[in-house]
Design a binder for this molecule. Structure first.
Ligand code: PHE
Length: 499
């Protein structure tokens, strides 16, 4: 057993006060109200905190019990103010000569006369050919009075409440409600009751060290308050970036760290750059209205003739690339149509067109648009993480390693690739990441085809990829609904971890 004097020293002021109060009647189990009153506290949290501290030190035991209380609900409240409906009906009925249903309907409003008849019948009043009659008026009056008294007597403990009345009012909407109440009480342990009250002197305790305190000599005699870092406390709320923004920042850091430069471009583009340049045939289903948002303004964006001629010859016959092309017709009008980019590959390809010779590593994290019906995993507006590496000797192995490195840095070391198809890459890959034991597809990748690179005068192999940002966000944040990212649910946002 610890020395008693020592114990008192380890207590904080609130604990001392509570213990001292309890020692006045050592055998008693103290309720929260009693503690508040004898300690002269208003705040429950102080009492609960002190109780916890004393319990930790083995000086008191805390007993928590949950009991149910029967309280008045909204309609019960009204019934007390205006009288129970059956009470008012009864007053009317017993003082009216030849009470009939018609007279009742004249004297009461519809919303009362309707349910009223039912209430009267249940009280034993009969309605025969439109006229009310009853045998035992006293019993009716007694029952109504008992009901009224029951309501007036609320709140009561559930266990003390009259069973029949309880059942009766439970069947009426919002007359009563049952509330669970946690009651706390504390009693002294054997050790607690041996503490001498006079050892429990409250001292000025210091919980913050200030320059003033240090300059003065007073700290020498002061008592310092200990902090219990394991106690629950309010979470400080401060401004922070939206999780999507933080995630984008993190992705940027990773690519910058891997030697990439960032590309930021417009999302209004031409079908020519978005698709023709990427050797996507003009009759490709993805071009149709259900996938692409074509613009009314600008409906068309002028493109250089020679550029369109090159695409045209590539598409129709493969140009000088050795490919046979897609055959069929090529429309320059289609090329010049304005649209919202459907992928960020439209930007990397233009970057390559401007810089065909210089080896590069470029990435972009930006918004793309597709006509998708909104659901748990789809949005019409989302983001892609796009990147290219152009370098002499760049090869598939390098592409896979780069993607694996990226995901490993994001915290997903298990990555696999599977064969896929895109009109602009060969070979083409699908990237999958293992998450909670399942493989999830996060994007596409590949090496740009000669039909894409040769007309632009690109000198080296180009490794390219485009991955979904929202999909990745779902993994990072553990979401099962993509919409959560954009609905500005403040409570959810506050509880998000720092990414
Ligand atoms: N653009 C493709 C998409 O939107 C992804 C991709 C990018 C595939 C680059 C291969 C190369 O899904």
């Amino acid at each position: 057993m610890p020395r008693i004097g020592m114990v008192a020293e380890t207590l904080v002021n609130t604990e001392r006060r509570m213990l001292k109060a309890m020692l006045v009647n050592p055998g008693h189990a103290w309720t929260l109200d009693e503690i508040l009153a004898s300690c002269d506290w208003q705040d429950q949290a102080i009492a609960v905190g002190a109780g916890l501290g004393l319990a930790d030190k083995g000086l008191v035991t805390a007993i928590e019990s949950v009991s149910t209380e029967v309280r008045l609900a909204a309609n019960g409240q009204t019934a007390i103010q205006t009288g129970l409906l059956e009470g008012r009906l009864w007053d009317w009925l017993s003082s009216t000569e030849h009470p009939t249903i018609n007279k009742l309907q004249d004297s009461f409003e519809k919303h009362e006369s309707g349910p009223g008849v039912g209430l009267l019948k249940k009280l034993g009043i009969t309605l025969d050919s439109g006229t009310f009659s009853f045998d035992n008026g006293d019993a009716v009056a007694d029952e109504i009075e008992a009901r009224q008294n029951f309501l007036v007597g609320l709140p009561v403990k559930f266990t003390d409440a009259d069973k029949t009345m309880l059942d009766h009012f439970k069947s009426r909407r919002e007359f009563i409600e049952l509330i669970d109440i946690t009651q706390r009480s504390w009693s002294l342990t054997e050790t607690g009751s041996t503490i001498a009250p006079k050892s429990l002197v409250e001292t000025t305790s210091i919980n913050e060290i200030t320059p003033e305190l240090l300059q003065s000599e007073s700290w020498k005699d002061a008592e310092f308050r200990r902090f219990d870092v394991s106690l629950e406390s309010a979470t400080p709320r401060s401004g922070k970036s939206h999780p999507m923004q933080s995630l984008i920042e993190r992705i940027r850091h990773i690519f910058l760290e891997m030697g990439f430069s960032e590309l930021v471009e417009d999302y209004v583009q031409t079908a020519g750059w978005n698709m023709d340049a990427l050797f996507i045939p003009q009759d490709h289903p993805a071009r149709e209205m259900q996938d692409t948002f074509y613009l009314d303004n600008p409906k068309s964006i002028e493109l250089p003739e020679d550029l369109m001629n090159t695409w045209s010859s590539i598409h129709q016959s493969g140009g000088d690339t050795g490919s046979t092309g897609w055959g069929g017709d090529f429309s320059k009008e289609i090329s010049q149509r304005g649209l919202l980019r459907t992928h960020t590959t439209v930007n990397t390809i233009q970057y390559l067109a401007r810089n065909p010779e210089q080896a590069c590593r470029v990435f972009t994290v930006d918004r793309v648009f597709r006509k998708e019906a909104i659901d748990r995993t789809h949005l019409p507006e989302f983001h892609q993480i796009e990147g290219i590496i152009m370098e002499e000797g760049a090869n598939l192995q390098m592409l896979v390693t780069t993607l694996k490195t990226f995901y490993a840095k994001m915290g997903y070391p298990e990555v696999r690739v599977r064969p896929a198809y895109f009109p602009y890459t060969e070979p083409s890959l699908e990237i999958e990441v293992k998450w909670r034991g399942k493989w999830l597809e996060l994007g596409g990748a590949g090496i740009f085809r000669p039909e894409v690179t040769e007309p632009l005068g690109i000198k080296h192999p180009v490794l390219a990829w485009g991955m979904g940002l929202e999909r990745l966000a779902m993994l990072v944040l553990g979401l099962d609904d993509i919409r959560q990212l954009y609905i500005s649910d403040l409570e959810w946002l506050r509880n998000q971890p720092l990414i």
